[in-house]
Design a protein around this ligand. Structure first.
Ligand code: HEC
Ligand code: HEC
Ligand code: HEC
Ligand code: HEC
Ligand code: HEC
Ligand code: HEC
Length: 418
């Protein structure tokens, strides 16, 4: 028998109807009714920043700070001299590595870095890190360099071939309140040009999940002043995390982007981006790249938790937030040192050693909901490492299908209708 700690009764079929009601009644996103612009993001002016939430929700703030959501993009000047991510970059310069150059179309042709001063931001701290520099008239470019924190090439600098800018390719998933229209309208030659002026906050701040907070901080008692994702159905909550945690084949209307511009909680993520699915066609069309999946269905690349999830037994029954805690961390389950993964020795070095989960990621994890006498449900057996984030690694992230590797795609036994 299943015992769930929370009520998880709502089903996936209610999503469209509830989405419409939620948007009307809560007035969450100010510009949602206007059709004049491509995006329906709220006005950046209505964001107040995570720091302002700390005044009244200090425990939530301190817990969130520990999660990697709070550390996504970090200005380079905050890196101290002995930091490994910084040191690897500096060592690369000293060694004359051709990789420590900015990526330009035609790759590797951009100017080389001469010191840490040539880095403006670092993206990532958990599995890998990438380096960004603002180039006048161009925007925020990447170096052809990636520092690997986990995986078979942990501790090494490898190539990174992205030639598009951070603002044109990544920010909608990696910051709070990214304003696409503003990103297009700003003059990239202006001396004060910065991607910070097109987002409310670097990283996934409180308002990335709770919506702009101005109304709420001025009048906390008024209902509807702030989003509480718990007010949404299981399906809507899963869509919400999945909009960023699902690998897609591009935005439906904005070329070159994969970030879910225009999407807000209560909506269906696949109406905005072509999220790859092995089990549900979108308006009659199959949208997936087979090279991103194992034969048994689980995703090969990182940020495929949603793509995995919809194949498994938890889909429609519980949401990501029934296991994950957005406001705190516990010790994680990642093995440390050299372990065998898929028959290959793989170095796994947990950078933080923690995960944003409700319970410690130990052998009892599944039994917080499942009863112990039922099955031998463990993270190790049912969430094998199948997806890869850093370079070279066979896999260092856990699958989210919740079926053991090799068991095959289980979907015939599960109702996966939208
Ligand atoms: C001035 C104090 C104050 C500040 C600042 C503040 N809150 Fe609150 N918040 C409250 C109070 C009080 C409640 C409980 C209101 C109630 O019970 O009706 C609350 C409730 C909430 C809820 C639950 C709402 C619901 O309807 O279930 C969320 C979510 C929330 N706050 C998020 C935030 C976020 C995000 C920020 C920063 C943008 C923030 N709060 C800033 C005082 C504050
Ligand atoms: C990644 C998304 C995410 C981020 C970031 C986030 N939250 Fe939440 N928050 C949630 C979800 C989901 C819930 C619903 C309760 C749950 O499932 O944990 C919630 C619930 C809450 C609640 C209401 C708790 C209740 O009793 O219902 C408060 C208050 C809150 N968050 C404050 C904050 C503050 C303050 C920050 C930033 C320091 C923050 N949250 C950052 C996702 C997030
Ligand atoms: C559709 C949303 C989305 C887009 C677009 C996206 N990312 Fe991510 N990215 C994520 C999510 C979600 C994670 C964390 C989950 C995971 O790795 O499985 C992540 C993880 C990362 C990490 C690893 C972080 C760490 O701490 O190790 C780096 C680095 C990164 N992304 C860089 C980029 C860059 C650079 C771009 C643009 C070229 C980009 N991402 C585009 C959603 C996105
Ligand atoms: C049944 C519980 C459960 C549900 C539901 C769940 N997860 Fe997880 N998730 C886990 C566990 C356990 C880990 C492994 C953490 C560790 O090793 O410390 C994890 C890890 C992760 C990671 C980090 C990758 C890694 O290997 O450490 C991300 C990102 C993530 N989950 C996102 C999601 C998203 C998005 C959803 C919803 C689509 C989701 N999870 C649903 C239990 C769950
Ligand atoms: C705006 C995009 C976005 C949204 C929405 C979002 N995430 Fe994330 N998430 C990210 C990115 C980007 C990272 C990688 C951050 C890094 O490693 O620096 C990440 C990392 C994570 C991790 C690994 C972090 C850790 O500390 O273990 C978990 C777990 C996770 N997200 C769960 C969730 C859940 C659950 C939700 C929904 C409540 C959610 N995320 C909503 C973008 C998002
Ligand atoms: C937050 C509660 C929760 C957690 C934690 C959880 N599950 Fe589940 N699990 C459920 C629910 C709810 C169902 C659906 C039961 C139903 O349909 O009757 C389910 C169903 C399943 C099923 C389908 C077969 C069955 O026994 O019903 C499998 C397999 C499964 N879970 C594996 C796992 C594994 C492995 C873990 C730990 C990594 C885990 N679960 C953790 C709530 C949870």
């Amino acid at each position: 028998m299943i015992e769930t700690k929370r009520k998880v009764s709502k089903t996936i079929s209610s999503i469209t109807v509830v989405a419409a009601c939620a948007l009307l009644s809560l007035v969450l996103f100010a510009n949602v009714s206007g059709n004049e612009s491509l995006s329906n993001e709220p006005d950046l002016a209505n964001y107040v920043g995570s720091e302002s939430c700390r005044n009244c929700h200090v425990e939530y703030y301190d817990g969130w700070r520990e999660t990697v959501h709070g550390k996504m993009i970090v200005p380079a000047e905050r890196y101290e001299e002995n930091n490994l991510i910084r040191k690897a970059f500096e060592d690369g310069i000293t060694a004359g590595s051709p990789r420590i150059r900015l990526n330009y179309p035609g790759q590797g042709e951009g100017p080389p870095a001469t010191s840490w001063e040539d880095v403006d931001y670092v993206v990532g701290s958990n599995w890998k890190a990438r380096y960004v520099k603002l180039v006048e008239g161009e925007g925020h470019r990447f170096y052809d360099a990636q520092y690997n924190i986990t995986g078979t090439q942990a501790g090494e600098m490898t190539a990174y071939s992205e030639i598009r800018n951070n603002e044109d390719r990544c920010l909608g998933c990696h910051t709070t309140g990214f304003d696409y229209d503003r990103s297009k309208s700003l003059d990239r030659s202006a001396t004060d040009y910065s991607f910070e002026s097109m987002t409310a906050e670097l990283g996934i701040g409180c308002e990335a999940c709770h919506g702009p907070g101005e109304k709420h901080i001025n009048d906390p008692e008024t209902e509807g002043g702030i989003i509480n994702p718990a007010d949404y159905t299981v399906a809507e909550q899963t869509e919400f995390c999945g909009a960023c945690h699902g690998r897609n084949m591009g935005h439906r209307t904005i070329e070159g982007h994969q970030d879910p511009i225009g999407f807000s909680i209560g909506e269906y993520a696949r109406d905005y981006t072509k999220i790859q699915s092995l089990v549900r066609p979108y308006e009659g069309e199959w949208e997936y790249d087979p090279s991103r999946f194992w034969d048994h269905g689980a995703g090969l690349s990182h940020r495929m938790q949603y793509n995995d999830y919809e194949q498994g037994p938890h889909w429609g029954k519980i949401s990501c937030s029934d296991c994950h805690n957005s406001h705190g961390v516990v010790p994680n389950s990642r093995p440390e040192g050299t372990v065998m993964i898929g028959g290959q020795p793989t170095v796994v070095m947990p950078a933080s050693g923690t995960s944003a989960l409700k319970w410690p990621a130990d052998e009892n994890f599944c039994y917080n909901c499942h009863s112990t006498d039922q099955h031998n449900y463990t993270i190790e057996a049912f969430m094998p490492m199948t997806s890869r984030s850093s370079a070279g690694a066979l896999a260092e992230q856990r699958s989210h299908t919740f079926w053991p590797r090799g068991m095959g795609n289980p979907h015939p036994s599960v109702d996966l209708t939208r």
